[in-house]
Structure formats: structure tokens, C-alpha cells
Design a protein around this ligand. Structure first.
Ligand code: ZN
Ligand code: ZN
Length: 245
């Protein structure tokens, strides 16, 4: 979830659904956002996909050095973990993933949710006036949701958007995006009424969609989120995805 997230003090990092704090981007000159982290592109060869290997999920291992496969069962739609040639071509990216310096709690939690995603109760589908269907993309239903309702009733740290591989309460075939910027998000240039621009929403959906699909194939959240930001940047819906305009 781009924009994505917070269950702990900012100093401890961010959870997938709630990140609001800027992530460090030591190597790149361009700027940044509440939901994204800057990526360095000078390292030619990491990501697992290029090596036909799914990045590992070992907690405590540096994201940049993981080599073990994440043990994820295939999802309903047949998304398993392999994949990868296609993804490499599609995104055609090479870069060095930022090191995960968050409190290890977040990584453990993310992995647990991701690993157990296929075990969710498929009948647990939240609906209500707070949730409006927007579109279906490659079998994934995208909903506009009321952030205030979610924060008051589901998760107080929900931020911008989310999907079923990072949010326990979102079905795997759904992506949720807020209609407005959260009141405490770090985005720049937000209008007084906090409504999201169409382009921001497009970029957000692209991020969530990309991140979700990468995680469905076994990539851990920490990496999938960064790649999703890169895809946003390439798409160019907003001037600078790293500043969340
Ligand atoms: Zn994300
Ligand atoms: Zn925002």
C-alpha cells in the first residue's frame, strides 16, 4: 500500500497499511514522499526475479541479501510464486533495495499476514456505505473507501490504500483506496478538503495493484512497496510520486 501506513511511533518504522513517514533515501537526489522510499538504481543485479529466485522471507535478514524462497501457498487465482520473467520484462528495473531499518516487529507481522493470506475466510467480505466499487482490473476489484470509517472501525493507522496481502481484513481480490488524504499524512500540496486528485488516485491504484501482485508472487512487502513506487514514478501520473502531490 502506497501510501500507505502506522501502528507505532514513527521512529519505529511503518507497517504496510499505514506508512506515513518518509523513508530515507540516501543515494538519490530526488525527493520523496509519505508513502514512498527513494531507490538507488546503481546496483545492477538485485532483484531476485532476475536471478529467477523469489526473495527470501527470513526475518532478521537484510532485504538485500535474502535468498530463501518465501513459502507462500498459491492463491486462488493461481498466482503462485514463480513468475518472474514476466515481471522482469514488465518493469525492467534494476536497483538496490533500501535496507529495512524498521523495528523487526513490522517485518514479522507483514510476513505472517502474507504467508497466511490464502487461509483467509473467503466469506469475510466487509461492505457498507463506506465502501464503493470503482473498477475491476485483471480480476481485482478496486474500491473507494472512507478513511474515517476505516480508522474508526477497523484500523486506526490506515493510510491512503491497502490490499489483502498487507491488511488482514481486505479480501485478496480487493484493493482499497481512500477518497481523501488521511488527516495526518505527510503528502505535500494537499487541498484543504484533503480530496485526492484524480492523478494521485491513479498513481495510488497503480502502486497498490503492483505491490499486491508482486506480493502474491512471493515478494516481501518491503521490496514490493519500493518497486511499486518505482512503477508509479515511471507511469508519471503525478509530478513526483515521491512527494505525493
Ligand atoms: Zn506500498
Ligand atoms: Zn496523503
Amino acid at each position: 500500500m502506497v501510501r500507505r501506513r502506522i501502528r507505532v511511533p514513527e521512529t519505529q518504522g511503518s507497517s504496510p497499511c499505514t506508512q506515513t513517514k518518509k523513508l530515507e533515501r540516501p543515494d538519490e537526489p530526488k525527493a520523496t514522499s509519505g508513502r514512498s522510499s527513494r531507490l538507488s538504481r546503481d546496483q545492477p543485479d538485485y532483484w531476485g526475479f532476475r536471478q529467477r529466485r523469489i526473495p527470501t522471507a527470513n526475518v532478521g535478514t537484510s532485504p538485500c541479501t535474502q535468498t530463501k524462497k518465501l513459502d507462500l501457498p498459491p492463491t486462488e487465482s493461481g498466482e503462485g510464486r514463480r513468475s518472474t520473467k514476466l515481471d522482469t520484462k514488465k518493469y525492467n528495473m534494476k536497483f538496490k533495495f533500501k535496507k529495512d531499518k524498521r523495528n523487526p516487529y513490522w517485518k514479522k507481522l507483514e510476513l505472517r499476514i502474507q504467508k497466511n493470506a490464502a487461509k483467509k475466510d473467503k466469506k469475510f467480505i466487509l461492505t457498507g456505505p463506506w465502501k464503493k466499487f470503482l473498477e475491476k482490473r485483471d480480476g481485482i476489484k478496486i474500491y473507494l473507501v472512507d478513511g474515517n470509517w476505516i480508522r474508526n472501525n477497523l484500523y486506526g493507522g490506515f493510510n491512503h490504500g491497502g490490499h489483502g496481502y498487507v491488511c488482514e481484513y481486505i479480501p485478496l481480490d480487493e484493493i482499497w483506496v481512500l477518497t481523501t488524504h488521511p488527516v495526518d499524512c505527510k503528502c505535500k500540496h494537499v487541498k484543504p478538503n484533503r480530496m485526492m486528485s484524480k492523478n494521485f488516485r491513479k498513481s495510488l491504484i497503480l502502486h497498490e495493484f503492483t505491490e499486491r501482485n508482486l506480493m502474491a508472487k512471493g515478494m516481501i512487502y518491503w521490496k514490493a512497496h519500493q518497486l511499486a513506487e518505482e512503477v508509479e514514478k515511471k507511469a508519471g501520473y503525478i509530478r513526483d510520486p515521491y512527494s505525493d502531490i
